[in-house]
Design a protein. Sequence first.
Length: 155
Amino acid sequence: MELTEEEYLNLPEDMKRYYTRREVSIKNKKLFYVAREAGVSNFGKFNNRGYQGLYNGETAEDIAKRKGLDENEEILDWMGNQELGANLFRITQTEGFIEKNKIKGEENACETHYRVGRAVRNTIKELGGTMPEELPTPEKSTKEIEDEIFKKLRS
């Protein structure tokens, strides 16, 4: 579902999170397709390299632990809009870089994902922003927000 900038800005914070989380999910699928075409088969490793760049060395497991999540919970569902935005930027820029530069091989793709994550982190730092690992974990997941949306639609 496409929103205008004005529509997006008028959404409550939970709806912004929900919308951004859906965008992250869509863009992640495209990134994984591009990564597979580049020769990636270990997507856990590939994913972790992007997180390590953006989160100063933290893996997905480290992030989940810091956020106090259970093993079966998706860390992206427990990010605020700002943190999701940083990840969306990492994802889209990695996809574009791999395609534009015709990156081949799992190691090269993983290193590219790390470098793009690190560049996004450096940009946040240069802007005086809050590092992603310092942002608060929301009270509820985007899955809970989605459940609330569907509950309202059914009633």
